[in-house]
Ligand binder design. Structure first.
Ligand code: BTN
Length: 258
């Protein structure tokens, strides 16, 4: 039996300061990120979330589609972070650790975070994050953080090599509402650190879920490709790579461990 979130969201009872104070819930919607954009244009409160049982046009990074059937958690968080644009990546990092902490609390399973934003279990993707930023030169005006977690839903046959669900890895169904609640509370806490520019806090937790330091990687982004050994991540979430042509800082791309 796949659990529907309808009518249950009022049980969330969050212990949070900003995130999740206002919730827009849909049985079916094209994309929660898209609806969140509309709400941002109406100046909706910071921390508002949009959640749907099903997305018909779920979107992933690089305009890929994101399969979003019943049983998964598909939601977007609206933020107005008063931080410099270069720190944008830290928002996604805060989101990925929030999901990882919630998964660990509920199932005891330790996720791995694959730079920049994938949350993995047994090397397969269980959660993806699409952060859409709107910034001017000085600051990020708004951020829509779209989070998709395969919870109790079936994973498409053609994605089975690269994706998994929590149910599959845990061995039984996971309560979506509890996972949502914990993720939002963690995000609220981690976002607070970001707001006071405590990136070290986010980075330390992020690194505890990542095994990237010291790894040789290949990163491709559009027409560029870069190979190097990961030395660290900098204060803006860029990867610091030691390459044959010296040190390079990389913000985006698809990563392969060599
Ligand atoms: C990725 O490519 O890994 C990011 C996937 C993000 C999916 C989530 S589901 C909720 C929100 N709404 C969307 O259309 N996408 C994000």
């Amino acid at each position: 039996m796949v659990e529907k979130l309808t009518h249950k969201l009022d049980l969330l009872n969050l212990n949070s300061k900003i995130i999740g104070k206002k919730v827009f819930h849909f049985n079916k919607i094209q994309s929660t990120n898209l609806y969140a954009k509309k709400l941002v244009n109406e100046n909706i409160d910071e921390g508002t979330i949009v959640i749907a049982d099903v997305q018909t046009k779920g979107r992933g990074r690089k305009n890929r589609s994101w399969v979003s059937p019943y049983g998964g958690l598909w939601f977007s968080v609206i933020l107005y972070p008063d931080i410099i644009p270069k720190r944008g990546m830290a928002i996604t990092m805060a989101a990925s650790i929030s999901v990882s902490q919630a998964i660990k609390d509920i199932t005891g399973l330790k996720t791995k975070i694959k730079w920049p934003n994938d949350v993995l279990l047994n090397d397969k993707k269980v959660c993806g994050i699409l952060t859409e930023l709107n910034a001017d030169i000085k600051k990020i005006k708004n951020a829509i953080v779209g989070i998709g977690i395969n919870v109790n839903n079936k994973v498409d046959e053609e994605l089975k090599e690269i994706a998994t669900s929590l149910k599959q890895e845990f061995g039984s169904e996971v309560t979506s509402l509890r996972l949502l609640g914990l993720t939002l509370e963690n995000f609220d806490n981690n976002y607070e650190k970001l707001k006071i520019n405590d990136f070290e806090y986010i980075k330390k937790i992020w690194l505890s879920y990542s095994n990237i330091i010291g790894k040789k990687v290949k990163i491709t982004e559009e027409n560029t490709m870069i190979v190097g050994v990961v030395k660290d991540i900098d204060d803006n979430g860029y990867l610091i790579l030691k390459t044959d042509n010296g040190i390079k800082n990389v913000l985006n791309g698809d990563i392969i461990y060599l």
